[in-house]
Design a protein. Structure first.
Length: 56
């Protein structure tokens, strides 16, 4: 499938959608859930992601 990324980026808001930000915390939480492996973090906001995230 070929996609014109510039056009996709332009069309998303025009169609009533919005881009969700994806940061390092998102990627690390996903990886800890999929692998599974423990993620140690000082970020208390990650506490609600489950038993694979340990807030220290």
């Amino acid at each position: 499938m070929r996609v014109d990324l510039g056009e996709l980026e332009r069309q998303v808001p025009l169609q009533g959608f919005r881009w969700l930000p994806v940061g390092n915390a998102h990627l690390l939480v996903c990886q800890s859930l999929v692998e599974p492996m423990l993620q140690l973090s000082a970020d208390s906001q990650l506490r609600h992601y489950g038993s694979t995230v340990i807030v220290i």
